[in-house]
Design a protein around this ligand. Structure first.
Ligand code: HEC
Length: 239
């Protein structure tokens, strides 16, 4: 009986030692032999990992390809059940113009041979200012402007942001000198114009229309002010 126990105990010790010592390697930086690597390093598809190479095994079919697929064209983000907000999220009805393919890298989008910029002059801001929401809209505009536009356009909208002041960049207009309509402002912010790039991939339509209000506020400090009765103190449109 004792002999049997000793034999089992010895065998267990030998087996455990083989397993434990077997995972050791001479390299101090190596984690040693891993018995269940999938438990430590998940092979789940992660958006920004190149799965063309997993643990030294190369898979040419997926190498250098995006593992995070972009949504199909014209996908509309879920925006609750408020129809005015949903409308704002529908794809922009104006197309980029043909030269934009080379000048602004517009690939994979519908392009038009017509002067869409000129046509956009009649578009009006669907995000209406009211006595109750204007303060909130300008506040949101200020935040968006600070992180997306001020480095070129300047905190005062005069075209003298740090990029321009440093001498690295030029040609940024003072908003006060613009004679374009709000529809054209939207078009230029959305697709880009001249040395300004497209913002369609980083800002949604509601954010751009918010910025259009904010740009118009630079042009006229009275823009979006309402009197005590909630009536517009100055015409909402100064185009
Ligand atoms: C990299 C610098 C840069 C950034 C960032 C930038 N702009 Fe511009 N913006 C310019 C330049 C340069 C022009 C002049 C383009 C032209 O007329 O050729 C311009 C022009 C404009 C115009 C006038 C467009 C027209 O049709 O004449 C508006 C409005 C405008 N920008 C708003 C914005 C807003 C809002 C943002 C932030 C989302 C922004 N810009 C971000 C450089 C920039």
């Amino acid at each position: 009986m004792k002999l049997k126990f000793t034999a089992i105990a010895s065998l267990t010790i030998v087996a455990a030692s083989t397993l434990i010592l077997g995972s050791c390697t001479a390299d101090a930086d190596s984690s040693g032999l891993e018995f269940m690597p999938d438990m430590y390093r998940s092979p789940a598809i992660e958006p920004y990992v190149d799965y063309g190479e997993i643990r030294g095994r190369e898979n040419k079919a997926v190498k250098m390809k995006l593992s995070a697929f972009t949504p199909p064209s014209y996908t509309i983000p879920y925006y609750g059940t408020d129809s005015s907000k949903v409308m704002m999220m529908l794809p922009y009805h104006r197309k980029a113009m043909l030269p934009f393919r080379e000048t602004h890298g517009m690939y994979g989008v519908d392009l038009s041979a017509n002067d869409e910029y000129l046509a956009s002059a009649v578009d009006v801001n669907p995000f209406k200012l009211t006595a109750t929401n204007s303060e909130e809209i300008f506040k949101a505009g200020k935040t968006l402007f600070a992180s997306n536009c001020a480095h070129c356009h300047g905190d005062a909208g005069d075209g003298n942001g740090p990029m321009v002041a440093s001498g690295a960049y030029a040609g940024v207009p003072n908003y006060k000198n613009l004679t374009i309509t709000e529809g054209q402002m939207f078009y230029s912010i959305y697709y880009g114009k001249g040395a300004m790039g497209s913002h369609s991939s980083i800002l949604n339509k509601k954010e751009i229309w918010t910025l259009v209000h904010y740009v118009k506020k630079f042009q006229n400090a009275e823009y979006g002010k309402f009197d005590a009765n909630g009536a517009v103190a100055v015409p909402a449109s100064i185009d």
